[in-house]
Design a protein around this ligand. Structure first.
Ligand code: NAI
Length: 460
């Protein structure tokens, strides 16, 4: 093995996904020298196997829904079919364009991109093939991968992960989706829009079970209306594969037949065989443990993104990357506020939230107030014919600490809600803001007007 010819760099980053490349881009901008190691493609899960391709599929699905529903608006149209090859090439073209842009950014910032499989070999170095790359600091950003249940074998053919689902060259006639988190609900939504018979199996009592219960219930109702079958509070017992497809059995004896089973029961850290344990990095079930500065127990090593315990979201990876680069450059950035990270499930309808659920707020503050504004009173929602609601969670006579929204396109509204919870705004202060009419954003204003005791287009 030979040492990096140019001597140690400031930062060696293992993994070029959202967390890793954000760290690299910000660090380079601040004048640090950076080697970024990636075994596959710059952009990682989000760009190649996650956020971007799935949202492209969801957009194509929305177009199919618009055609199905166009008669409601007096526009007569017939969906002739889904050309999945074309859908996939549209999806791939979006990914390629963003990939080219990202590669260009990394190049122009003078970041050294090292293509290959990296392995931590000391607190300050990573081996890639027969090269050792040494840095003042090492950032672990190796991300996550789909996990399965004990005894449930993924064959990538009939029992598949979201990676396989994105590569399908057909719309399944029917599918069982195991797990109703974001991945399960988004694929259930896409496949249903494309005409598949879809059944969701979820162990907890609700779809998107970590969301405000009223949001989960609205999604359950909307999915039922769309013909998506749901087994909630249902335990998976096993699956048999045959030439025709799969037979899924639940613990109560129910059997469900379908063409395929999508396993969407969460994602686990990618940390095995990467030298972390040998170098003495503390982990918990494979997750790399970090302090509030994102430092591991080894002072020269940090870890960010899906690899550390906590929310597994690309935008959290971006924020952690920026924070870490600035802190390593000595800028003393403000800490990340993990309480106010927006979350969006991009199904039809969407579920968006920021801050605390009413249950979490009650635990923290004792007493809470909630206010729900039904989108039935919102002009734009009626124009779009979308059902849903905004639910606010607030401390009595205090700030708004949670905002929960369901409806089409509401993911675009959650950024305003993030300002509200981050600045600990009082309901009366938000009620002062004038929202443009008619927009979906007015529903946020209306909910706050109601919470401030002066409802406009709603009853209190
Ligand atoms: P998840 O952890 O969000 O949801 C998995 C679901 O599977 C849970 O509701 C869980 O109760 C259920 N489950 C677990 N074991 C089960 C069993 N034996 N039988 C039935 N149900 C069972 O994980 P998911 O959806 O796979 O997503 C992985 C990660 O990726 C999450 O952190 C998610 O937030 C993130 N992601 C975010 C997206 C977004 O922001 N739009 C999109 C896709 C993924």
């Amino acid at each position: 093995m030979v040492d990096s010819a140019a001597g140690p760099v400031d930062l060696v980053i293992l993994g070029g996904g959202s967390g890793g490349y954000a760290t690299a881009l910000r660090a380079a901008e601040l004048g640090l020298t950076v080697s970024l190691i990636e075994k596959d493609k710059l952009g990682g899960t989000c760009l190649h196997r996650g956020c971007i391709p799935t949202k492209a599929l969801l957009h194509a699905a929305e177009i199919a829904d618009n055609i199905h529903e166009s008669g409601n608006f007096g526009i007569l149209s017939t969906l002739e079919g889904i050309d999945i090859a074309k859908v996939n090439s549209y999806k791939d073209s979006v990914v390629s364009k963003l990939y080219r842009g990202l590669t260009g950014l990394v190049n122009t910032r003078g970041i050294e991109l090292v293509e290959g499989y990296g392995r931590l070999v000391s607190p300050t170095s990573v081996a890639v093939g027969d090269r050792i790359i040494t840095g003042r600091h090492v950032v672990l950003a190796t991300g996550s991968q789909s996990k399965s249940l004990p005894g449930l074998d993924v064959d990538h053919h009939q029992v598949i992960t979201s990676d396989d689902a994105l590569r399908l060259d057909r719309v399944p006639a029917s599918a069982v989706v195991l797990g109703a988190g974001a991945i399960g609900c988004e694929f259930a939504s896409v496949w249903r829009s494309f005409g598949a018979e879809v059944t969701i199996v979820e162990a907890l009592p609700h779809l998107v079970p970590l969301e405000e219960e009223s949001s989960s219930k609205l999604l359950e109702r909307a999915f039922r209306r769309r013909g998506i079958k749901q087994h909630l509070g249902a335990r998976f017992a096993g699956v048999k594969t045959t030439d025709e497809g799969v037979t899924v059995t639940l613990e109560d004896g129910t059997t469900i037949e379908a063409e395929l089973l999508l396993v969407a029961v969460g994602r686990g850290p990618v940390s095995e065989g990467l030298g972390y344990e040998e170098v003495g990095i503390a982990t918990d079930r494979g997750y790399v443990l970090v302090d509030h500065q994102l430092r591991t127990n080894v002072p020269t090593v940090s870890a960010i993104g899906d690899l550390r315990p906590g929310l597994q979201l690309a935008h959290v990876g971006f924020a952690e990357g920026i924070f870490l680069a600035e802190s390593l450059a000595g800028l003393n950035p403000p800490p990340i506020n993990y309480d106010n990270i927006p979350r969006v499930t991009y199904s039809h309808p969407e579920v968006a939230s920021v801050g605390l659920t009413s249950a979490a707020a009650a635990q923290r503050y004792g007493d809470v107030v909630t206010q729900t504004y039904d989108l039935a009173g919102n002009g734009k929602a009626q124009i779009l014919q979308t059902a849903g609601a905004v639910t606010l969670v607030a401390v009595p006579d205090g700030p708004v600490v949670g905002v929960h929204i369901v409806g089409d396109r509401v993911g675009e509204l959650i950024a305003e809600a993030q300002l509200i919870t981050s600045w600990e705004a009082l309901p009366a202060e938000v009620a002062q803001l004038i929202h443009p009419h008619p927009t979906l954003s007015e529903s946020i204003g209306e909910a706050h007007l109601a919470l401030a005791g002066k409802p406009l287009h709603s009853h209190n």
